[in-house]
Write a protein that binds this ligand. Structure first.
Ligand code: FE
Length: 215
């Protein structure tokens, strides 16, 4: 079966690429990775009975809100954008709302429960892209953009990244997560023993040692 992204309307792909750009952490490259992870979840879990076009379209548009002007939660802005674009493309309202739900429910922080299989797949695939080698690279890329110290980036692993596996909905996603979480745990352990949290401005005495700990 061809990859999921081939199922999304070309207009949604060109719009998302234009709006998101090539930011490696949250831009178009993230969409490509999430689509690949969703394909992997579907294949491993032998999942059926979901709407491929709804899922692919939601994957393409789920993070555009991060790059759109104006206030508000990025998932709400992405869902609004999707509603407008898909209505203009002549989609029926019920299917537009299916896509909007998948987008709203992917967010870690918005608190919308995924109610459909499509929503569970995107929510899981998005979280898996925050784990493994890519997850580590994303934390430091974003940390650099936000002016975070190494200590602060390491703390982000304990506060968010290492908690993500408990939020996965599908068994196939938990299988993929197992290997990726080992990579993150090994990285955090090495970072601590190498003194990555020492000697930055938030810790002038280099006392370090506790910031990256999970418990
Ligand atoms: Fe995302």
């Amino acid at each position: 079966m061809a990859g999921l992204l081939h199922t999304a309307p070309p207009e949604t792909i060109s719009a998302a690429r234009r709006i998101m750009g090539l930011d490696p952490a949250h831009g178009w490259p993230h969409v490509l990775r999430v689509a690949r992870l969703a394909d992997e979840i579907i294949e491993r879990g032998k999942l059926a009975g979901y709407d491929r076009e709804v899922l692919a379209t939601a994957i393409v548009l789920h993070d555009v809100g991060r790059f759109l002007p104006g206030e508000g939660h990025h998932a709400v802005k992405s869902a609004e954008y999707a509603r407008g674009l898909l209505s203009r493309l002549g989609w029926e309202e019920a299917r537009v709302e299916q896509v909007a739900h998948v987008i709203l429910a992917h967010s870690y922080s918005l608190g919308v429960e995924p109610k459909t299989l499509e929503a569970m797949i995107l929510s899981d695939a998005d979280k898996l892209d925050a784990l493994g080698a890519v997850g580590i690279a994303r934390v430091f890329h974003t940390g650099c953009q936000l002016g975070r110290s190494f200590s602060e980036s390491l703390r982000h692993f304990a506060e968010k990244i290492l908690r993500l596996p408990s939020l996965l909905r599908l068994e196939a996603s938990r299988e993929i997560a197992r290997e990726r979480i080992l990579i993150v745990e090994a990285f955090v352990k090495s970072a601590e023993s190498e003194g990555m949290m020492w000697l930055d401005e938030s810790d002038p005495h280099g006392s370090g040692g506790e910031v990256g700990r999970r418990h």
